[in-house]
Design a protein around this ligand. Structure first.
Ligand SMILES: [Zn+2]
Length: 83
């Protein structure tokens, strides 16, 4: 079972359908047990949709993408405390 940190790391690749079957299965298994990551997945999808609408056909800029990843990872760290 992956932890929240790993789930957040995979979240964007999951949204972009860049993950292999096994990581997807592990990620979805984590979501089944973790409300918090479910919420963050919803948030990430909203961001992805917003970007997709605004930028139309161009892919999301990698700097924006990495900023969002860092933000999600940072939020997780803050909530997890010493974990
Ligand atoms: Zn989680």
């Amino acid at each position: 079972m992956i932890d929240c940190r790993e789930a957040v790391r995979r979240m964007w690749a999951y949204i972009e359908h860049e993950l292999e079957a096994k990581p997807v299965a592990e990620f979805e298994a984590h979501l089944d047990t973790c409300q918090r990551c479910c919420g963050e997945l919803e948030f990430s999808r909203h961001v992805r949709e917003m970007v997709a609408e605004r930028e139309d056909t161009t892919p999301m800029p990698s700097d924006l993408r990495s900023r969002i990843e860092a933000m999600l990872a940072g939020a997780n760290d803050a909530k997890e405390g010493s974990a």
